[in-house]
Ligand binder design. Structure first.
Ligand SMILES: *Cc1c(COP(=O)(O)O)cnc(C)c1O
Length: 413
């Protein structure tokens, strides 16, 4: 069944401030709550649960639009689709066994297969669809690369205009893909939070809508589909532990919300995976706040890591990430860039799976957590690879062959 071809019932009741619980009306344009915190979309879950059965999902297309009843879009004409797929679960069988586990103990959910090559497609497809539904025409955001590419692609498809600001050291491929997919993109001499300030400051004069992470309510609903999809793929059971490369934390917060909603409609029980927030040593505000027992994470000075997707020095949803991690019995963990690139090379060479640096960080963290006993090899762990490794600079190859010289074929043996 094409998700765009028919109307689905919608169950949104209202929006709610994630900090104070204050209610906001659905069907209107919203940014942050009055308290300056993310708004969460709330649904009539009793009605949803009584009108939708697990079996109803089976004949639908594979992508995240199959979860329409859990999403806020009210009219099918506003759905923006680019051939989304259900992203595969790829077990790292050899490495899992070598680490003392079994063939299925460590599994990668490979989000690099989505349109624009990253899981940012999930959040931005929803943000763009809702922008269209609410009559917005010009969207702006700061990005380290993948979010901008996803917004550019989905907004162009929906006929909306986009302006995008990137830190100046954003890889060329990201800036180029954003531009080629129809956005007006600028390199800015600063970090992602500096780019975010430009978007905020320009709102009045430029008339754009701010689609920064968690500053509008719908990206999180898109990211929520990772949790719905993971549960469906595992037969409505959840893994023991989830390793998530955490920048703004949308995905971790979104999955946590998905599990809550699935339990409320009775599709899963009370058991939750331990949620592990993985960061880089050069930018680990959530890890520090977790270890200090704090509810909020102050700005991380001089943030640096080659894993750009998790180079986020301050997160508006900090307390939501920390709550989910703590409520789940999970933890937050930092890994070095050296460990990230070492993990990326080994997983590529031993398992044939090219992870992005952020995804490789989750494998490095998994190994580190096994070594400290925070995770046992008998548990089932799911690692999120959030983008295709192909979008990132890779180590150069210097080996050459001169076909005009005599060739020593025996040297290849
Ligand atoms: C954005 C991004 C992340 C971080 O995701 P959040 O949900 O914002 O924490 C991790 N990895 C990659 C590749 C990303 O693009």
């Amino acid at each position: 069944m094409r998700p765009t071809s028919r109307e689905y019932p919608t169950f949104v009741t209202h929006l709610e401030c994630s900090l104070t619980g204050e209610r906001y009306e659905a069907g209107q344009v919203h940014g942050l709550s009055k308290a300056g915190r993310p708004l969460l979309v709330r649904y009539d879950l009793d009605a949803l649960g009584s009108q939708l059965q697990k079996e109803d999902l089976a004949p639908r297309d594979g992508g995240f639009w199959r979860y329409r009843e859990f999403l806020p879009v009210t009219q099918s004409q506003n759905v923006v689709a680019l051939g989304e797929v259900m992203t595969p679960l790829v077990p790292l069988s050899k490495m899992g066994e070598a680490l003392g586990g079994h063939a299925d103990s460590v599994i990668v959910k490979d989000e690099g297969r989505l349109p624009t090559g990253s899981f940012k497609a999930r959040g931005l497809a929803l943000a763009v669809a809702m922008a269209k539904e609410l009559g917005l025409s010009h969207l702006a955001m700061p990005t380290n690369g993948n979010a901008g590419a996803a917004m550019a692609a989905y907004a162009s498809r929906a006929g909306l205009r986009t302006t995008i600001f990137c830190p100046e050291d954003t890889p060329e491929v990201n800036v180029s893909e954003i531009a080629l997919q129809g956005a007006e993109v600028y390199r800015v001499n600063g970090l992602i939070n500096d780019c975010g300030k430009l978007v905020g400051d320009g709102k009045e004069a430029a008339g754009w809508f701010d689609v920064s992470t968690l500053k509008e309510p719908y990206r999180i609903e898109g990211k929520k589909t990772m949790g719905l999809e993971l549960a469906e793929q595992l037969g409505w059971a959840l893994p023991d532990v989830i390793f998530y490369p955490t920048g703004g934390g949308t995905g971790l917060i979104g999955m946590w919300k998905a599990f809550e909603e699935l339990e409320a409609i009775g599709w899963i029980g009370a058991k939750r995976p331990r949620m592990v927030a993985v960061q880089a040593e050069g930018c680990a505000p959530i890890v520090k706040a977790f270890e200090d027992g704090e509810e909020h994470a102050p700005l991380w000075e001089n943030a640096h890591t080659a894993a750009a997707g998790i180079r986020v020095p301050v997160a508006v949803g900090d307390f939501l990430i920390l709550r989910a991690v703590r409520d789940s019995g999970g933890f937050a963990i930092a890994v070095s860039d050296e460990a990230i690139f070492n993990a990326q090379a080994r997983v590529a060479q031993e398992e044939g799976l090219l992870l992005c640096p952020e995804g490789a960080a989750t494998f490095a963290a998994y190994e580190q957590a096994l070594a400290t006993g925070q995770v046992s090899p008998s548990e089932r762990a799911v690692l999120f690879n959030c983008a295709t490794g192909l979008k990132y600079p890779m180590p150069p190859v210097h080996r050459t062959l001169d076909r005009h010289q005599p060739i020593d074929y025996a040297a290849f043996a």
